[in-house]
Ligand binder design. Structure first.
Ligand SMILES: [Zn+2]
Length: 376
């Protein structure tokens, strides 16, 4: 082993960045960060992981091929992998290069051993493909094509979402609100009334088509109240929802981001799938109104169709109106309401901004327009 193919834990931001199973080879002074009397580890033992990480970054064609920066800086920006001490030194570029090639065939080494080679940010190509596939449904069916909207033929959508499976226990706290107008309703709402509405009163929503009963609830009281769009002076009935069994859902609210890339086995796959999940999270967060055309909901409805038919119980997503999380359960009776508590809406605050000029000549549906502009 060449004497510079070792490193110590102080080269990295923390020990958590390195696999627990990594064993030191001997003690000594670290050739990179200069720390004395340290356990030294062989770069070869972690070489494949580092190689895969470096491979995520396409090489820039030239200095003008922007954006670009040195590999070490790009990795540090994305993951904060290296210690301040190493990153601030002039050795970090060589460190990255030696690490990347540790244990590889020296003949390959001829091709790219330049530590000052510029790289570009990670290319989220799968995410673009996913986006284009959905957008072509939206943009290509401007007449009545939406009526026959099918889930996008993206087989790997389902293999992506396994990254975001969330098991929620029966003890999960959830609420569901309904506007309660004392003058019209006269009496308090029953538990039955606080359930998901019956088929004939079910309007289409983010996760369901019209007459497809779905239980929507939120993880805090103010979010569930915001979701029913109350006005000042409204009476609101809020029930706690008690899950009847544990649920297995997909979490688009809080995707677990990778913080230690060298602990991940297939870093490329994981990075690409997280990006798609992040994009779906965005789709759920676009506010929609009851008077919006049905087609506004089509992309997320299609994604939920795939999840429903694959046996998941529902999804968790960021509320576009409140600050908390929403749940949509495909089985409307998975959670049962308690007797509601009643509240008055004392005040509502409004924030506003100038509207962008609308292009009335734009031939596509406005949703497709919004969607394109949001390209990940
Ligand atoms: Zn070190």
């Amino acid at each position: 082993m060449p004497s510079n193919e070792v490193f110590c834990v102080h080269c990295f931001e923390s020990r958590e960045q390195l696999p627990l199973s990594l064993a030191s080879t001997h003690r000594g002074t670290c050739p990179w960060c200069g720390s004395r009397n340290q356990k030294l580890y062989s770069m070869v033992d972690l070489g494949d992981r580092f190689w895969d990480l470096a491979k995520l970054y396409p090489v820039a064609q030239s200095f003008e091929d922007e954006p670009n920066q040195l590999l070490a800086s790009q990795i540090q920006d994305d993951w904060r992998l290296f210690s301040e001490k190493l990153f601030a030194s002039d050795k970090v570029n060589d460190f990255v290069q030696v690490f990347r090639w540790a244990g590889r065939d020296p003949r390959d080494y001829q091709f790219s051993s330049d530590p000052y080679e510029l790289v570009k940010p990670i290319d989220h190509e799968h995410s673009y493909r996913f986006h284009d596939s959905l957008a072509s449904y939206l943009g290509g069916n401007t007449s009545d094509g939406f009526i026959d909207f099918e889930p996008p033929p993206l087989e790997w959508f389902l293999s992506c979402v396994v990254e975001a499976i969330l098991e929620i226990p029966e003890t999960q706290t959830m609420y569901r609100a309904q506007i309660w107008d004392k003058n019209i309703e006269q009496v308090h709402f029953s538990r039955e009334r606080m359930k998901a509405p019956p088929c004939d009163k079910t309007r289409s929503g983010r996760s369901n088509r019209a007459s497809q009963r779905t239980l929507y609830c939120s993880d805090d009281i103010s979010t569930c109240i915001t979701e029913v769009r109350p006005f000042k002076g409204s009476g609101i009935a809020v029930s706690q929802i008690i899950l009847q069994r544990p649920a297995r859902i997909i979490d688009f609210f809080d995707p677990r981001w990778i913080t230690a890339p060298l602990l991940v086995e297939d870093i490329e796959w994981v990075v690409q799938t997280r990006k798609i999940i992040q994009h779906i999270e965005y789709l759920f967060s676009i506010p929609a109104n009851h008077y919006d055309p049905e087609m506004y909901y089509r992309p997320t409805q299609a994604l939920c169709d795939s999840l429903r038919s694959s046996g998941y119980d529902g999804i968790k997503y960021r509320s576009s109106l409140g600050s908390g999380a929403n749940f949509a359960f495909f089985d409307p009776d998975i959670g049962l309401p308690e007797d509601p508590k009643y509240y008055w809406i004392e005040d509502i605050s409004i924030k506003y901004s100038d509207i962008e000029p609308l292009d009335f000549e734009y031939p596509e549906h406005p949703y497709a327009n919004t969607y394109r502009r949001a390209k990940p």
